[in-house]
Design a binder for this molecule. Structure first.
Ligand code: SF4
Ligand code: SF4
Length: 518
């Protein structure tokens, strides 16, 4: 019978933990999200390295990642064989593929040509690591595609069940309520890039058709980074070569024995060889380096080429369409676009958790550099005045975790009326929908009474709205609720100066007293 190794048990436990954290990265009736739902990202050394290089700063949020890197340098690349949820999924699904062998494009130094340009670009201030980070690929695939699909399908099936079972469906209601409240997404959202996200995840899994853990050993930039750290580990497998009388390891090992000698940086410490060796010869022991082990760093040509390639790519990726920039609204608390792009790992957590479906992954609004970063699209959703969930889940602090009173003052953009669409201007019809919905107690949208002439030449008394810039935080609710079909009569635009609204002092601009943001 096949023995279940400790590594396998650990993999399954971490996969369950990952999924529990994933489904709890969601509004479930509480304003605070408990538990470190972003723990996997905070322990991700690729995220930390790219942040460090791009932002030229350190955040204590990423301390777990530093600890993991140190642990890898001491013990080896155990993360990939014991913890990584994507690696576990590959192991679970990989056995179903008939293997054809790795394409020559992926062999040799390919993995360094993936990792080093990402680090080079980060050095130039462009943080693209999240695009290929395995955890981000997995979370985006689930959050933008599979989880919403599960929600839609289950809700649809529940409705369909009524047609089949009628009132009899009520017997199943407790079970459905349990799934709806604890597993399904809180709301139905269709994300742009959902198909691409699913395709990339499927592509990574599909590589199992080449060889076991093909993504892990040939491409994964996190795995490559951990592999580089693992070269420093004093732990080595003995014997380091395939035994001439057996060679079973070449079939058992998922990653490291595509040559005669163990590739230390690719060994994921899964222990398959130790547990299944027919002669019980295999040991992992601290001691002298492996015979024939290569240099600690990749060849100088690859190292320089990769980093310089990243620096050059960074220049190209910087290009943005200036017109699109005006509508790039970032989550609350983001004040500097450059600092935000350097810190965001494109994990999708903020978009998944957004209470009012306001945040979506950017396609090209912010250039290639901004791909998958969160943008607020007010026509589809708005920033809830009292909500701080995105800041709570952001693993890198790209969106600061602010207390509610401070968050209310953060400026996302400023609302501007479009006189060609807004009803009082364009059609001479009274409308105060935006004013009524504006959450700022002192109202950032107000109306003044004016006498005007309508299309038929009659004199009408109109309530003409205007925005009080000093009070508007750009939450987007006005644009969201505007009853005009298509393009709204009021739109929120990005502003360069995102200094928070000041704490209100001095004369109250309307009849009521107290804090106008209160
Ligand atoms: S190589 Fe990458 S995807 Fe594979 S187990 Fe390691 S970190 Fe996860
Ligand atoms: S801003 Fe959003 S996508 Fe970017 S790192 Fe934070 S949570 Fe992830």
């Amino acid at each position: 019978m096949k023995r279940i190794t400790s590594a396998r048990i650990s993999q399954l436990l971490f996969l369950v933990l990952f999924l529990v954290l994933f489904i709890n990265t969601e509004y479930r009736g509480r304003d605070e999200i408990n538990g470190a739902v972003n723990a996997f990202f905070r322990a991700d050394p690729l995220v930390a390295a790219a942040y460090l290089l791009a932002a030229k700063a350190f955040t204590w949020l990423l301390l777990p990642a530093v600890l993991l890197l140190v642990a890898t340098a001491l013990l080896g690349r155990f993360f990939c064989g014991w913890i990584c949820p994507l690696g576990t999924i590959l192991d679970l699904l990989g056995g179903r593929f008939r293997r054809r062998g790795a394409p020559s494009l992926f062999t040799g130094n390919a993995k360094y040509w993936v990792l080093l340009p990402l680090l080079g670009a980060a050095l130039a201030g462009i943080n693209l690591a999240g695009l290929l980070d395995p955890l981000a690929i997995l979370v985006r695939g689930l959050a933008f595609s599979l989880h919403p699909l599960l929600g839609d399908t289950t809700r649809g099936a529940w409705v369909g069940l009524y047609r089949v079972l009628g009132e009899g469906r009520d017997l199943l209601a407790p079970g459905y309520a349990l799934i709806r409240d604890h597993v399904l997404p809180f709301r139905e959202t269709a994300y742009p890039l959902a198909f691409l996200s699913a395709l990339i995840l499927a592509g990574v899994i599909g590589l199992e058709g080449c060889e076991s853990r093909c993504w892990c050993r040939r491409l994964c930039p996190l795995g490559t980074l951990l592999g580089l750290a693992a070269r420093f580990s004093p732990f080595n497998r003995r014997p380091e070569k395939l035994c001439a009388d057996c060679r079973a390891c070449s079939g058992l090992c998922p990653t490291s024995f595509d040559r005669e000698i163990l590739q230390k940086e690719e060994c994921i410490f899964c222990m398959e060889c130790a547990v299944r060796c027919p002669s019980a010869r295999v040991r992992f022991l601290p001691g002298s380096p492996l015979a024939g082990e290569g240099p600690l760093l990749p060849q100088r040509r690859v190292l320089l080429g990769g980093v310089i390639g990243g620096l050059l790519a960074a220049r190209f990726f910087r290009f943005r369409d200036p017109a699109a920039q005006a509508r790039v609204l970032r989550p609350p608390g983001v004040r500097d676009e450059g600092a935000f792009l350097a810190a965001c790992v494109r994990c999708g957590e903020c978009m998944k958790v957004c209470l009012r479906s306001a945040l979506y992954p950017a396609v090209l609004q912010s250039g290639v550099e901004g791909l998958y970063t969160p943008v607020l699209i007010p026509r589809l959703g708005y920033c809830e005045y009292n909500c701080t969930l995105c800041g709570q889940v952001c693993p890198t602090g790209a969106i600061p975790n602010l207390p509610v009173p401070a968050k209310k003052r953060e400026v996302i953009g400023k609302a501007v009326f479009d006189r060609n669409h807004c009803l009082p201007f364009a059609k001479k019809i009274n409308c105060i929908v935006c004013e009524e919905h504006c959450p700022i107690p002192a109202k950032a949208i107000r109306s003044r009474r004016v006498l005007d002439t309508d299309d038929q030449g009659r004199q009408v008394e109109l309530l003409v709205p205007y925005v009080v810039d000093e009070l508007c935080n750009g939450c987007g609710i006005c644009e969201n609720v505007c009853p005009v079909e298509g393009k709204a009569g009021i739109e929120v635009f990005a502003v360069k100066d995102r200094t928070p609204l000041r704490e209100f002092q001095g004369p109250v601009p309307v009849e009521k007293g107290g804090d106008p943001y209160g």
